[in-house]
Design a protein. Structure first.
Ligand code: TRP
Length: 456
């Protein structure tokens, strides 16, 4: 019977470590290094970070375990996994719509993720040509606006990034990806240590730490709490089936709980280090923490422009950032491609071309929202802001809520205990309670609270 369960048409990871690497590669990305610092800056710092950390521990970790578990039991793309498991558990086939929402969310996220990854690509060349050397914060700000104000340049990088993503996706889960993650992630980590080291040499290091870790609850709003929670899903790649799909390629023998713990810890560490590197530089240069999506592109180059070997480290940093974005993008589009292969009989290559072309097209909206359409806003949000809000703060938490309910209420206790095989019953009990009550209640309260704020 277990042989039957091990079958998947997409192949299987060669070991538990491959799964860890792939899932960590998915989790660690622009969300940690680009998004976490800028939304922390926009939402006042410490209190926001604390809420984010609580969401990671109480909602993120248990839901990550649930996603891996469901994926490994179903062994298909999220849509078909949900359909197959629901049939087995005697539940409604409508649960497959979780899979559907995930496919759409991943697809929409990739459309703007790719544009930002394009900025990082452009910066590889800016850093490499020595433009940052000795540049002031204003000069670096000008380099950034020059880039974002040019639709043609953004389009070129966006196109290139989608292309390299779809090439890897077309080749399948096992080739390429493993190697990339094995070497590049540790390298990224080392460069972050270096950047934190540089931040320590500025006179604002302590101020930066205070901003990040000293909670001032007067600065956080209901909307801020929603953004912190949404980001917990976003940064861990949860709520849309990415981790579920990777879980479906996971060997039956690997432990889900400890694997999830490693991924969550690594992801959180990278985000906090990025914050510790960036905010001291922000304050030391009189920049605004609330500068928005351009924050890291306006601050880190200042550091690279001043440190010894900055051209080398700066170039390397942006190369690694592009790789981190790349390993994340692959997981954003994998559910869509896996589904096209399973249900429409397409080859991986054809499926990748279609999915890539469609995402590319939606990405044009984000490109123009930084220049030609910057003036068009709805509820004070540009196209990019709206898309980000809709996906990260609504679709992912909603998907996560449904996944939690499914894993804890619909799937039999025996099935989940079997699949998790945690050994210690107390730990399993804690997980079950978290997933049954704590996580769903928390997500619901945060949603209601945020709506209340909007209505007030
Ligand atoms: N977690 C990635 C990051 O932080 C982005 C990402 C990859 C993602 N796959 C995902 C977000 C699936 C949500 C869902 O950069």
């Amino acid at each position: 019977m277990s042989e039957q369960r091990d079958l998947t048409i997409h192949g299987q990871w060669s070991s538990r470590w491959t799964f860890v690497l792939a899932a960590a590669g998915s989790a660690v990305g622009l969300g940690n290094i680009w998004k976490f610092p800028y939304i922390t800056g926009e939402n006042g710092g410490g209190a926001f970070v604390l809420v984010y950390l609580i969401c990671i521990a109480m909602i993120g970790l248990p839901i990550m375990m649930a996603e891996i578990m469901i994926g490994r039991r179903g062994r298909h793309s999220p849509i078909n996994t949900m359909r197959i498991l629901s049939r087995k558990e005697g539940a409604s086939p409508h649960w497959k719509y979780i899979g559907w929402m995930g496919v759409i969310a991943g697809f929409l996220i990739l459309s703007y993720y790719s544009v930002i990854a394009g900025w990082a690509m452009a910066y590889v060349f800016r850093a490499g040509s020595g433009e940052f050397v000795g540049a002031s914060a204003e000069q670096i700000g000008a380099i950034f606006s020059n880039l974002t104000e040019s639709p043609a340049r953004l389009l070129g990088w966006h196109t290139l990034f989608i292309a390299i993503t779809m090439i890897v996706v077309a080749r399948g889960v096992k080739s390429g990806l493993e190697q990339a993650v094995r070497f590049l992630m540790p390298a990224l980590f080392v460069i972050l240590i270096l950047l934190v080291g540089y931040a320590m040499t500025t006179d604002s290091f302590v101020r930066g730490l205070h901003f990040l870790f000293d909670p001032d609850f007067s600065k956080i709003t209901g909307a801020g709490v929603l953004i912190a929670m949404g980001h917990a899903f976003f940064t861990l790649s949860l709520g849309m089936g990415a981790i579920m799909v990777y879980g479906s390629y996971m060997p039956q023998s690997a432990s889900i709980a400890s694997t999830a713990m490693i991924i969550v810890a690594a992801d959180t560490l990278v985000a906090l280090m990025a914050g510790m590197a960036i905010f001291p530089i922000v304050f030391a240069n009189g920049l605004e923490p609330s500068a928005g999506p351009g924050l890291i592109f306006q601050t880190l180059p200042v550091a690279f422009g001043r440190m010894p070997g900055g051209v080398f480290f700066g170039t390397l940093f942006f190369v690694l950032l592009v790789f981190a974005a790349w390993t994340s993008s692959i997981s954003l589009i994998e559910p869509a491609v896996a589904w096209l292969v399973e249900n429409h009989g397409m080859t991986r290559v054809t499926a990748s071309v279609w999915a890539g072309a469609a995402t590319w097209l939606v990405g044009l909206g984000t490109i123009f929202s930084f220049n030609e359409w910057a003036g068009f806003t709805l509820f004070g949000k540009t196209f990019f802001d709206l898309l980000d809000f809709l996906t990260a703060n609504i679709m992912l938490p909603l998907g996560g809520l449904l996944i939690a309910l499914y894993a804890a209420w619909v799937m039999g206790r025996r099935s989940s205990r079997d699949e998790l095989a945690m050994g210690r019953p107390a730990l399993f009990g804690m997980w079950h309670v978290c997933l049954r009550y704590v996580a769903p209640a928390a997500v619901t309260i945060v949603f209601l609270n945020a709506i209340g704020v909007v209505g007030a």
